[in-house]
Design a protein around this ligand. Structure first.
Ligand code: E4P
Length: 228
């Protein structure tokens, strides 16, 4: 399962990549706005510059008319490159048309803002490479976000489409784990949930006991390096 960082903050992104080989970065207009940089393309270039080679960057168009979305997407790949670049297009009626046009032009598309199985299915049919259902936002509305993501995965795989679900909008590790158990291809996780993803507090305590016992026998501050 691909795990991407859903953030645009350079320090956080750099910190996450330093700790673990994540598979890429996703942004949306809100996430970019939180950086305070009024030049989003400058921010995206800076993000790209600190991302390890071969990792994927996803960034969203702002326009709402099909032709404008297509123009914006083309401009984005011109500036940011086509390789490992995914243009996020919300699955509105106009967006669906743009997904089809962009995919035919060989531009990688991530269909986003997905709140239903059928819109996702149609985006996959239109050629989107990733389908981003908003898991937690669905949960907040009283729908089963994980269940919907799994239904999308099942339907798209049954039809033999290339698209992978890119689960988005997570607030806790359980939601991510449920996606993993269902064989979902990828997830993008915001900083707060990402920090806690592999939290293993009991292990930290166990390690303290190991060290205490070891030092009691072998001497304070000693490690295996001190013995031949
Ligand atoms: C990713 O495609 C979405 O833009 C993002 O995950 C939404 O997350 P949020 O619901 O935490 O804003």
């Amino acid at each position: 399962m691909l795990i991407l960082i859903d953030d645009a903050d350079l320090t956080k992104i750099e910190g996450f990549f330093a700790k673990y080989p994540y598979d890429g970065v996703t942004t949306n207009p809100t996430i970019l706005s939180k950086t305070g940089n009024p030049d989003p393309m400058d921010q995206l270039k800076k993000i790209r510059a600190i991302m390890p080679e071969g990792t994927d960057l996803h960034a969203q168009v702002i326009s709402t008319e099909t032709d404008d979305m297509v123009r914006e997407a083309e401009h984005m790949v011109e500036v940011l490159g086509k390789e490992h670049m995914y243009i996020k297009v919300p699955v509105t009626a106009n967006g669906l048309k743009a997904i089809s046009i962009l995919s035919k032009k060989g531009i990688n598309v991530t269909a986003t803002a997905i709140y239903g199985v059928m819109p996702a299915f149609m985006a996959a049919k239109a050629g989107a490479k990733f389908l981003a259902p908003y898991v937690n936002r669905l949960d907040v509305l009283g729908y089963d976000g994980v269940g919907l993501a799994i239904d999308i995965h099942t339907a798209v795989k049954a039809a033999g489409y290339e698209a992978e679900v890119l689960g988005a909008s997570f607030k806790n590790s359980q939601q991510v784990l449920d996606m993993a158990k269902a064989g979902i291809g990828s997830v993008t996780i915001g900083s707060d949930a990402l920090e806690k993803l592999a939290y293993n507090g009991i292990a930290e305590e166990a390690v303290k006991v190991f060290i205490n016992d070891f030092e009691g026998c072998c001497g304070e501050g000693k490690t295996m390096l001190d013995f031949n």
